[in-house]
Design a binder for this molecule. Structure first.
Ligand SMILES: [Zn+2]
Length: 54
């Protein structure tokens, strides 16, 4: 299933979900609470998508 490891410095957050859509929801929540990104900026979103392992 799709998984994601946060690439922010000193973060180390990892998550996975049954679908990529659910994974994106979890990542968005993490970005908001841990990195104050609400929403995730487009340039960061490109990196997020690249970091998702399917
Ligand atoms: Zn993070």
């Amino acid at each position: 299933m799709p998984s994601f490891v946060c690439f922010a410095k000193n973060c180390g957050y990892q998550t996975s979900a049954p679908t990529e859509a659910e994974l994106m929801t979890k990542i968005a929540e993490h970005a908001k609470t841990a990195h104050k990104m609400d929403p995730i900026p487009p340039d960061v979103m490109v990196k997020v998508k690249a970091a998702i392992k399917k």
